[in-house]
Design a protein around this ligand. Structure first.
Ligand code: NDP
Ligand code: PYC
Length: 338
């Protein structure tokens, strides 16, 4: 069994900021990126934790992200907010716009945040969970780079296109689900490759369109959408809503722009926020209490809620620190020395 050693959340944050600032990323952006990367480790979402650092540094070195971009929130008071990420990472753009998104959804009942021209490398639950903690239901989605074949197809066209949803709860962590619309996130395939482990069947096809369990052949070929034609359609919706509709890159264009999947994709992102009480007005019902009844009924069948594993990992990390392998500590040492 691999030996693990604990590091505090604050210390890991400090080290991640060091790595990012050392690579030339401006301080506020490095802080914002570290919050989301460390949250990934804290919640044991390994495919979007410190593993992502090398990808962030690689795209920076290639000159394909603006590490010094200062996001700009466009003025206005309507339901659609726009924040210009300026070819920078998405996290500081989201953080900048978040209070105004919450305020507008509170006032108008619903509001949408468009993040323009960003690199979105992180897990989407981070964004929707924050909005649900502010009492909003939220959806977040973005394209990625073409790595997934549409159901019935044989070549990469769609992105791994994540979709996250959150709903507020009383006295409990928000209900949150967040998944790639591919069978697994691309990061998971890369983690299997690094660990020398075969993929489960049904995740991918090789460059000739044949099913494969070899992670490298999958990375060179095409991933598959989850749920066959259903996942394929949801992924297509994300291309349309967070790509075509925003006038931003869809996954195939992002793929071309970045010269393949080696570099993080560049595109837009769409985050929708809803004030449940506005929608239930006149029904005489409490939409949050209604949600609680459903969650109780789900749990009553012995099923677990999505994010339950994540929240349990968080509680452990908050009590005992984050457990990393020696190889991960070495990775941090190496990246801090660059
Ligand atoms: P997972 O398959 O790991 O998890 C999907 C969701 O299902 C989670 O909310 C998870 O909760 C929940 N879940 C898992 N098992 C169960 C179960 N038995 N019962 C109930 N719920 C369950 O996600 P993916 O591998 O598809 O995606 C991983 C991450 O990759 C996501 O955070 C996504 O945002 C990110 N991503 C980001 C991209 C980007 O462009 N920025 C692109 C693609 C993916 P829990 O966590 O508690 O297990
Ligand atoms: O895991 O597929 C992925 C991914 C792409 C961009 C960020 N995460």
């Amino acid at each position: 069994m691999t030996a693990l050693r604990s590091i505090s959340i604050a210390e890991l944050h400090r080290r991640v900021v060091n790595v990012l600032q050392g690579a030339g990323i401006r301080s506020e952006t490095a802080q914002s990126m570290a919050r989301v990367i460390v949250a990934g480790e804290r919640d044991n979402c390994k495919s979007h934790g410190i593993y992502r650092l090398e990808g962030c540094l690689r795209v920076l070195k290639a000159g394909k992200v603006a590490g010094d971009a200062v996001p700009q929130l466009l003025p206005g008071s309507g339901p659609v907010l726009q924040v210009l990420a300026g070819g920078g990472f998405a996290c500081p753009a989201f953080e900048l716009a978040q209070p105004e998104l919450v305020a507008r959804a509170e006032t108008l009942g619903l509001a949408a945040l468009v993040i323009r021209d960003c690199l979105h490398f992180s897990a989407l639950w981070y964004e929707v969970e924050l909005l649900a903690r502010a009492g909003l239901a939220a959806l977040s989605m973005c394209p990625s780079h073409a790595a997934v074949a549409p159901a019935g197809g044989t070549a990469p066209l769609l992105g791994t296109n994540p979709l996250a949803f959150a709903y507020p709860r009383t006295g409990a962590h928000p209900y949150v689900f967040d998944f790639a619309t591919s069978v697994a996130a691309r990061g998971e395939i890369e983690l299997h490759r690094r660990a020398g482990k075969p993929l489960p069947e049904g995740w991918a096809m090789d460059a000739d369109g044949n099913p494969t369990t070899d992670p490298q052949a999958a990375l060179d070929g095409a991933m598959l959408p989850f749920g066959g034609h259903k996942g394929s359609a949801i992924s297509t919706m994300i291309e349309l809503m967070a790509g075509a509709m925003l006038g931003e890159f869809m996954s195939a264009e992002a793929h071309r722009e970045m010269g393949g999947t080696r570099l993080l994709p560049r595109h837009g992102a769409l985050i929708l926020a809803f004030k449940p009480a506005h929608f239930a007005a006149g029904s005489g019902r409490d939409p949050i209490a209604e949600g609680e009844q459903l969650f109780d009924a789900i749990a009553g069948q012995g099923a677990r809620l999505p994010s339950q594993r994540r929240y349990a990992a968080r509680a452990r990390a908050e009590a005992e620190g984050i457990f990393l392998t020696e190889a991960e500590f070495e990775q941090l040492d190496r990246l801090e020395r660059l």
